[in-house]
Design a protein around this ligand. Structure first.
Ligand SMILES: Cc1cc2nc3c(=O)[nH]c(=O)nc-3n(C[C@H](O)[C@H](O)[C@H](O)COP(=O)(O)OP(=O)(O)OC[C@H]3O[C@@H](n4cnc5c(N)ncnc54)[C@H](O)[C@@H]3O)c2cc1C
Length: 589
């Protein structure tokens, strides 16, 4: 079935699709959003008590991508044969209106110039030879100053609670002293940090570090955002990650930007609409004409023509759709040539588990993002990674976010793994444990990339996306360094027993780590070194934009969505104010 042409077709309606849907339809553009999953509302989908079903949502991934229909194949090294990930593990892409934005935790960070100038910075500080030849590290072609108003916009939309550390260049006590200057404070005061956070803060201060409350889109107070979306006050129920919030206390697109778009007569949403490819003009491969999709309810094929196509289908799916549609030059790891699929990065992590006979942490109370962090070893101007021999940084912290009774079973090393001793230890330690952890940046490596799998196909008969990834020497050095810092603060906490942090030898797709997949369509300053400009506009196809973390040339220790949201607002602004006034390639601002 062929549909009438519209101004914009959005592929995927999570955080970034939702932001563009609202901004572009409010500007009067005719926008159609195609979302492969179903509709979603707080009242119907996230009502109590059903939404606290840990087995359904936490273990069986009730809100995630259906891996029977589409998944990835995975391997650690190009010499290996990749195998399909039949059950999601290490990361959990979302599905349905709101995308992963409805079951995320909410941690919302601003990334600073130290990230966007990473190559220049390390070359200036340590010389060109410091950057390994097999690390395609690049500057992003964007600055913090360009992003600042858009970070602010996203923080207000998502209802972020936090403590400013740098207001217009003025240092603010209690906040992150390494923060880049912000024009305004967070819209909401910080969340309660809980006992684990307080203990961590005391120990970090003893070590001379600078602890501060984590910024997160969990509303510390009832809140109405600038678009009129109403947030309830967070009840610290501990069911953020993998769950929807029955109180709308967690900033999520399904009750903020998406309803605002739906109020516009120029906006149309089609759910169960699985986009299978982007069509280019037959005579001119630098023009996108529209997208093909399958209505998975009726099993019918559709074509939606549009003047502008936006891939807002999450980092992984954006790359898959471009490769399937043969748009841009696919990356070839052997030659290092090509842009689509390169610079894949994940996030590293190390953690120590601490047990205290004399503390009761009430781990069933928490939010996705409360707790305390310290940025002393992250990619900011104050920390020199030269002696560590690594590029990147670590974000340390502690707090209880998800003490759910089925999944959360902290036990000291050496505890029997079944039977009555295991049961007794599980009951004893459930409330007496806390973790200290660090998330770590991951720099690109020439082998860490996506391409199309030569063997396995999805439910639509298309090649699966193949992911090749492992931690490299730089990541290992950074992880070893971060594990030492984590263990330092863990010792200062004087636990009764503890399991120290250590660097992971290799990446495994099995246990959940983070859904912070980045790269594949890296942005930059020139077509020779990037897939898109800093608006996410494909160099080769100016009427095709990409949103989300596939635009990141490397991954930081921070969670991605603060930056993902800021970039989406910035792209929306450029599309409505500049692209539709004079269609064509936008120059980096
Ligand atoms: C468990 C979990 C916890 C997280 N916690 C945090 C956190 O604390 N802080 C943070 O910064 N980030 C966090 N994230 C990541 C965050 O959710 C994402 O960065 C954010 O949602 C990305 O927005 P997006 O618009 O790119 O993708 P999404 O919000 O995932 O939206 C993409 C949408 O596209 C749809 N789609 C995909 N393919 C197709 C297709 N072919 N056709 C049609 N539709 C399609 C999907 O169904 C989905 O609805 C977390 C993620 C998960 C899963």
């Amino acid at each position: 079935m062929n549909h009438p042409e519209v101004d914009v077709v959005l592929v995927g309606l999570g955080w970034t699709g939702g932001i563009l849907a609202k901004e572009l339809s409010e500007a009067g553009l005719r926008v159609v959003a195609l979302e492969r999953g179903g509709p979603r509302s707080t009242a119907e989908d996230f009502a109590l008590p059903r939404i606290r079903d840990e087995l359904r949502y936490g273990i069986r991934h009730g809100l995630m991508q259906d891996s029977a229909r589409d998944t990835l194949t995975v391997r650690n090294h190009p010499r290996e044969t990749a195998l399909p990930m039949r059950r999601l593990g290490s990361f959990l892409p979302g599905e349905g209106v709101g995308g992963a934005g409805s079951h995320w935790n909410g941690l919302t960070w601003r990334w600073s110039d130290a990230e966007f100038r990473v190559r220049s910075l390390y070359e200036e500080r340590h010389g060109k030879a410091f950057i390994p030849a097999d690390m395609p590290l690049q500057d992003w072609g964007i600055s913090y100053a360009e992003l600042e108003p858009w970070y602010d916009r996203f923080e207000r939309t998502a209802g972020v609670s936090g403590q400013a550390g740098n207001l217009q260049g003025r240092s603010v006590a209690g906040g992150n002293p390494f923060e880049a200057p912000r024009q305004r404070d967070y819209p909401l005061p910080p969340l309660h940090s809980g006992l684990a956070g307080q203990l961590y803060a005391d120990a970090a201060r003893q070590l001379g570090w600078h602890p501060f409350p984590r910024p997160s889109a969990n509303a510390s107070q009832a809140y109405t955002n600038p678009d009129g979306a109403q947030f309830g006050e967070c009840q610290y129920c501990g069911f953020c990650e993998r769950f929807g919030c029955e109180a709308n206390a967690k900033g999520s697109p399904h009750f903020t930007v998406i309803p605002a778009a739906l109020r516009q007569p120029s906006f149309t949403l089609r759910t169960q609409a699985w986009v299978t490819g982007v069509e280019l003009d037959k005579a001119n491969a630098s023009v996108a004409r529209g997208v093909r999709y399958v209505d998975t309810l009726t099993a019918t094929e559709h074509y939606q023509p549009a003047r502008l196509v936006v891939l807002s289908a999450y980092a992984i799916n954006n790359v898959h759709l471009l490769l399937l549609s043969r748009i841009g030059q696919p990356y070839d790891a052997a030659s290092g040539q090509g842009q689509i699929g390169r610079n894949y990065a994940y996030q590293g992590g190390v953690g120590a588990q601490l047990f205290f006979e004399d503390h009761q942490f009430n781990p069933f109370m928490g939010t996705g993002g409360n707790g305390i962090a310290s940025d002393d070893f992250n990619a900011n101007q104050g920390f020199d990674r030269g002696p560590v021999g690594a590029i990147g940084g670590a974000l340390l912290g502690a707090g209880h976010s998800n003490g759910r009774p089925i999944a959360y079973r902290p036990l000291p090393a050496g505890t029997p793994r079944w039977g009555s001793a295991w049961k007794a230890a599980t009951a004893h330690w459930y409330g007496r444990a806390m973790a200290v952890g660090a998330s770590l940046s991951v720099m690109p490596h020439r082998h860490n990339a996506y391409d199309l799998d030569p063997t396995y196909r999805n439910a639509f008969g298309q090649p699966l996306l193949r992911l090749t990834f492992d931690y490299q020497a730089n990541d290992q050095r950074l992880a070893a360094f971060a594990a030492e810092r984590v263990n330092e603060v863990a010792r200062a906490l004087k636990p009764s027993q503890w399991s120290p942090a250590s660097a992971r030898a290799s990446w495994s797709v099995v246990p959940y780590q983070t859904t912070h997949n980045t790269g594949g369509t890296p942005m930059g300053s020139s077509p020779a070194a990037s897939a898109t400009n800093n608006f996410g506009q494909l160099w080769q196809v100016p009427n095709l934009f990409v949103t989300g973390a596939s635009l990141f040339p490397h991954n930081a220790a921070y969670n991605p969505t603060g930056l993902v949201g800021a970039l989406a607002y910035r792209s929306a602004d450029a599309i409505k104010r500049r692209y539709f006034q004079a269609p064509g390639r936008l120059l980096n601002a």
